[in-house]
Design a protein around this ligand. Structure first.
Ligand code: NAD
Length: 257
């Protein structure tokens, strides 16, 4: 049911964190993986690691905020592996900004990477899938912030609310083409990007923030990239053939409180 042998997947922002966790799970299930990331060196390091385990993977430098990069990344996937079956729209940034500190630059960058990127990577992938005469699976990485705002993350929260609705709109639009579009809304996941928010704090401060934070998660622990990788594997597999437009929450119970 979860066998992805012969399938080709692109994972945006696949070099580290949640994207890497997803890339590893899809590769383990047999898919050939395009690790697409704005940081080529980091993507190449992930691919080198994957090849040691005999996974099939290539690194492609792409910026999800650039429409031209979407077309090129899809073409490179087809050149490398001959087809495209799965797209995971994972790349995202989460800059802190309040009403007072928001700038046009922060706003545009967040929306362009987190939301516009999903639109145009999906457009490019859907065109390729349709041209190849088959459907496919699109998995978008939203966030619990698409439902429940975190303080000081205004552009991020707006972008993730947009990802939730864009997932549903794309699902409706592409259902007739055999392309399933679903999303995952992760809660707090331990990744290099998430840890970056704690840089500059003392150990005591980090311990205090972490304790207060864990108190908001009924399961009492933060998630791992693999916690999300396993959900992505489910949505990318035939187990999810009758699902489209769903947003699967994976947050240790945070949203139920
Ligand atoms: P991360 O910062 O650890 O990794 C993100 C990766 O995306 C990096 O490799 C980075 O180089 C790449 N990237 C950044 N901008 C890019 C761009 N313009 N084009 C292509 N690649 C780009 O982040 P993470 O914590 O693993 O988050 C991944 C996704 O999961 C994001 O969409 C984020 O919003 C979402 N998410 C994370 C959490 C969490 O707690 N970590 C929770 C909910 C949702």
């Amino acid at each position: 049911l979860f066998d992805l042998s012969g399938k080709v997947a692109i994972v945006t922002g696949g070099a580290q964190g949640i994207g890497k966790g997803i890339a590893l799970r899809l590769a383990e299930a047999g898919a050939s993986i395009v690790v697409s990331d704005i940081n080529l060196e980091s993507a190449q390091a992930t691919v080198a690691e994957m090849k040691k385990t005999h996974f099939k993977a290539v690194a492609v430098k792409s910026d999800t905020s650039k429409v031209a990069d979407a077309e090129r990344t899809v073409q490179e996937a087809i050149e490398a592996f001959g087809d495209l079956d799965i797209l995971v729209n994972n790349a995202g940034i989460y800059p802190f900004a309040s009403t007072e500190s928001m700038t046009e630059g922060i706003w545009d960058k967040t929306i362009d990477i987190n939301l516009k990127g999903i639109m145009f990577f999906t457009q490019a992938a859907a065109r390729a899938m349709i041209a190849k005469g088959h459907g496919g699976k699109i998995v978008n990485i939203a966030s619990v912030d698409g439902f429940h705002p975190t303080g000081n993350l205004l552009s991020y929260d707006a972008s993730k609310g947009g990802v939730v609705m864009l997932t549903k709109a794309l699902a409706k639009d592409l259902a007739g083409k055999g392309i399933n579009v679903n999303a995952i809304a992760p809660g707090a996941i331990v990744t290099p990007g998430a840890s970056g928010g704690l840089s500059g704090m003392s150990k005591e401060q980090i311990d205090a923030v972490t304790k207060a934070f864990l108190a908001t998660i009924p399961m009492g622990r933060q998630g791992t990239p693999d916690d999300i990788g396993r959900v992505a594997l489910f949505l990318a597999s035939e187990a999810a053939d009758y699902m489209t437009g769903s947003v699967v929450v994976a947050d240790g119970g945070y949203l139920v409180g």
